[in-house]
Design a protein around this ligand. Sequence first.
Ligand code: HEM
Length: 139
Amino acid sequence: MIPFPRMVVGKRSYGGGVMTLFEAVGGEQYFRGLVDDFYDRVDTDPTIRPLYPEDLTESRERTALFLIQYWGGPTTYSDQRGHPRLRMRHMPFPIGMVERNAWLRHMTAAVFASGVDHRAAEQMNNYFANSSLAMINQE
Ligand code: HEM
């Protein structure tokens, strides 16, 4: 039997449209782990750590909720924060290519360390490579 494709509007499909990437990688727990690892890496990085607030609790929460929503999970992020407008939300922080590369290095490392299959890893890392370029707001 061919599973009924769940092509819900606004939810990106994965694995031929049968499920979302959110479901394929293990749901909320997966993204919370990924984001925790990412911020642990950021926490020790002298290049971008100073851009973040001293307490990273809220940053962890918002980034996890954003990625959960982006990859097809519950829309709690937008219920709490409204439209993501990520480029606008990053404007207060000076982000050049050096900061972007540091951010991406930590996120890519966290994706690989999370042990997801190579197809999901590639899809996520492509997204992070592109979206992080869009946050650059300085020479
Ligand atoms: C390019 C390098 C980047 C740097 C240096 C950076 C840095 C920051 C900083 C300083 C904040 C504010 C503190 C906070 O609320 O955590 C922030 C917020 C956030 N960032 Fe980034 N960021 C980058 C790229 C990205 C990318 C590519 C994404 C998503 C794919 C992302 C997702 C978020 C989210 C969801 C928030 C919270 C927004 C909100 O207030 O609701 N960031 N980021």
